[in-house]
Write a protein that binds this ligand. Structure first.
Ligand SMILES: NC(=O)c1ccc[n+]([C@@H]2O[C@H](COP(=O)([O-])OP(=O)(O)OC[C@H]3O[C@@H](n4cnc5c(N)ncnc54)[C@H](OP(=O)(O)O)[C@@H]3O)[C@@H](O)[C@H]2O)c1
Length: 301
């Protein structure tokens, strides 16, 4: 299969690229910095900075993961604009490529496009499936804009699946790269009252879910991309401490996080008990269904 990936240099994208090459797919990546991308990606990957550079290659499938990192900077008005617009632009370029290819009768079969648990906003402790009405807040509007842009590819005969991704866990990046150093020093602790849900997914399962959606004829619309056993922040904190054999008695008070991070503190202090209802109904099975399974595999490495 000829597979085009945006965000292929990122934490998720790099693993997707590796597995796609192992499966003998032809892999293409759009990156803002092709030189850097060529340095970090395997040689077999074709890299360009413009979606239209791939018209002649006519990708059969597209995975869209590019976007400004959500938790790297405080959410000032300009940073919020960057978070939304980076995703809309990357997605719009992909849709324009689909339009061009459709005009030549070579439209891609499928687009799997990123979204996040933030689509649902703060949901307290109720179970959240794909049909649960979202809570209107910035994270919801960000994901909605991203999903709506991706859905436009359907007009060109492309099957569109959006994946509402939970916290991606693995060694070497993502959330755990930030959490492991303090936890290893025994400085880990719950955030606020710790009752907020943190849907999570092992990176291998996320990449497998992307592959499942690429292959699964008829799978379209929104899919929750997180393990079937979401945990609260307090449970996550205790589990990580247990796997590292470190105490986790500390607590970062909510007012301190709000003061330090402003609105971005909602990423840490609110959440959704998100369940992968549609993925499981479609027959997807998780290699790491529980947090203990995932942490045992990651931390023991
Ligand atoms: N990791 C998680 O826990 C998690 C959870 C929920 C949702 N997600 C979403 O899933 C996607 C993939 O996650 P990830 O962890 O692999 O992300 P990542 O490591 O931050 O990589 C995203 C890629 O997007 C590109 N990018 C970064 N800033 C950009 C900007 N301002 N404009 C356009 N492109 C930009 C970069 O590629 P180039 O530098 O090569 O252009 C980067 O490699 C992201 O969109 C993320 O929001 C991730």
């Amino acid at each position: 299969m000829r597979l085009l990936i945006t965000g292929g240099t990122g934490f998720v994208g790099r693993r997707l690229v590796e597995r796609a090459l192992q499966a003998d797919h032809e892999v293409m990546v759009i990156s803002r910095d092709p030189e850097r991308a060529r340095r970090v990606l395997p040689e077999a990957v074709r890299v360009a900075d413009d979606a239209m550079d791939f018209v002649s290659a006519a990708p059969e499938a597209i995975v869209n993961l590019a976007g400004e990192p959500i938790a790297d900077r405080r959410w000032s008005d300009s940073q919020k604009t960057r978070l939304v617009e980076s995703r809309r632009h990357a997605t719009r370029d992909i849709v324009a490529l689909c339009e061009q290819l459709a005009a030549e009768d070579r439209a891609p079969r499928v687009l799997v496009s990123g979204s996040a648990m933030g689509f649902y906003g703060d949901q307290g402790d109720r179970e959240v499936g794909e049909e649960t009405p979202p809570h209107d807040e910035f994270a919801h509007r960000l994901c909605l804009a991203w999903e709506q842009e991706a859905q436009k590819a359907a007009a060109f005969g492309v099957r569109v699946a959006v994946l509402r991704i939970g916290l991606v866990l693995d060694a070497g990046g993502g959330t755990l790269a930030k959490l492991l150093p303090p936890f290893r020093l025994g400085l880990g602790g719950r955030l606020g009252d710790g009752r907020q849900y943190m849907p999570w997914i092992h990176r291998e399962d996320l990449v497998a879910a992307i592959e499942f959606l690429l292959d699964g004829d008829g799978l379209e619309g929104a899919f929750n991309g997180s393990a079937p056993a979401p945990v609260t922040n307090a449970e996550f904190t205790r589990a990580l401490g247990r796997h590292l054999h470190r105490p986790t008695r500390l607590c970062v008070p909510a007012p301190l996080l709000k003061l330090g991070l402003g609105e971005m503190s909602r990423l840490l202090l609110t959440g959704a008990k998100m369940k992968p209802v549609r993925l499981q109904e479609a027959g997807f099975t998780f290699r790491y269904p529980t947090l203990d399974d995932a942490l045992a595999a990651i931390v023991s490495h």
